[in-house]
Design a protein around this ligand. Structure first.
Ligand code: CP3
Length: 346
């Protein structure tokens, strides 16, 4: 069934005994690698996402170049809103992706297309091609953005410090907001399940903007709809682990019932506290501050070892950063992080 049953990553996620911790890095396929920049120079960002051969090539790069224990498929969370009909622009060096026509009213929500999984064939093809190239070396991770985080971009139109347009929409038009979040959740279930059919061995649901709302609103607009996705995917493919990464949340109360099989922990949270608050049947992943990788290798080793020591040895755990690797990270520093995890016995 699952071709990577015996991989370090999947064994650790099941809480089985492992010799050492598995490790990968969020945004591990990216601009800190000269080999990525070389491929990127031949095409624009969305072109790279939509050309399965090239997407597979950059997906495999960090496995070869820094020695991570898993490959996360090269794509972006924003391909979902694009497939639902929103124009998406990713311009060179202009502060990230944007939607020139963001959602402003309930009518805009009603116009969004549904049943869009077929339009994302390029993602499934990239996964299948990545599997071929890896030939069983390491498992492949599929992913999507959680409903709240996708809605934040779709309404705000672009990244933002406070997401005030998005928050005002949620507060003023809660019914329209819930309709949007429900619509997204339905698409995300199909999309993630299809990624597993193409060969993804683990899934991650990114909720990067979970922390921009007051806790009560996060639970109603964020956690509830993320939970619908997590439950839906688990029902369809119960053997595939699905990790939820709710960045910026201040409490894990009730998260055990979210439907996630494990949790990504952000860099602001103390890993030891997360390990205590979440029942130990849930594996954790994280959470080194990505900025640590801008310090000398000795410092990286020390902080990585301190992080590893925070998780009890019997617990399912995947070493990672607590958010995406910074583009100005020296490759040797990323290697020092990965090497330290690999050399640290449990
Ligand atoms: O982790 C990986 O290596 C897989 C690839 C991946 C990308 N985006 C590639 C990317 C993943 C998992 C994502 C998820 C993503 N995308 C998230 C959630 C995770 C997080 O970081 O919080 C979010 C919020 C996005 C939206 C997005 N896409 C932003 C804000 C940006 C601009 C930021 C930047 O670094 O420029 C992107 C573009 C993007 N997505 C790049 C990459 C490698 C940079 C584009 C380039 O190469 O020019």
């Amino acid at each position: 069934m699952n071709d990577q049953q015996n991989s370090l990553l999947l064994r650790s996620l099941r809480g089985e005994p492992v010799e050492r911790r598995p490790v990968w890095m969020m945004r591990q396929a990216g601009r800190y690698l000269p080999e990525y920049r070389a491929i990127r120079a031949t095409t624009d960002f969305l072109g790279l996402c939509k050309t399965p051969d090239l997407a597979a090539e950059v997906t495999v790069q960090p496995v070869d170049l820094v020695g991570v224990d898993a490959a996360i498929i090269f794509s972006d969370i924003l391909v979902i809103p694009e497939a639902m009909g929103m124009e998406l622009i990713v311009e060179e060096g202009k502060g990230g992706p944007r939607f020139p026509n963001p959602l402003r009213a309930e009518w805009d929500v009603d116009q969004l297309a549904s049943g869009i999984t077929d339009r994302l064939r390029f993602v499934f093809d990239a996964i299948a091609e990545t599997k071929r190239r890896l030939d069983g070396r390491v498992p492949v991770i599929g992913f999507a953005g959680a409903p709240l985080t996708l809605a934040a971009y779709m309404i705000e139109g672009q990244g933002s410090k406070n997401f005030d347009t998005f928050k005002a929409f949620l507060f003023a038009q809660p019914a329209a907001a819930h309709r949007l979040l429900e619509k997204l959740a339905a698409e995300l279930i199909d999309y993630l399940v299809e990624q597993t059919r193409a060969g993804a061995n683990m899934l991650q649901l990114f909720d990067t903007w979970a922390g921009v709302l007051p806790e009560e609103e996060y639970r109603a607009f964020g956690l509830a709809h993320a939970s619908a996705v997590l439950d839906g995917v688990r029902r369809a493919v119960p053997d595939v682990p699905i990790l939820y990464f709710p960045k910026g949340v201040r409490s894990y109360d009730g998260f055990a019932e979210s439907g996630a099989s494990g949790f990504g922990i952000d860099w602001q949270t103390d890993l030891r506290r997360a390990a205590q608050e979440l029942p130990d049947t849930f594996p954790l992943q994280g959470n080194l501050d990505p900025t640590v990788l801008l310090t000398p290798p000795e410092q990286i080793r020390r902080r990585t070892q301190q992080m590893l020591a925070k998780v009890p040895s019997g617990r399912g755990y995947v070493a990672n950063l607590g958010h995406g690797i910074l583009p100005n990270t020296p490759v040797e520093n990323a290697q020092a992080f990965i090497q330290t995890v690999k050399e640290t016995a449990i």
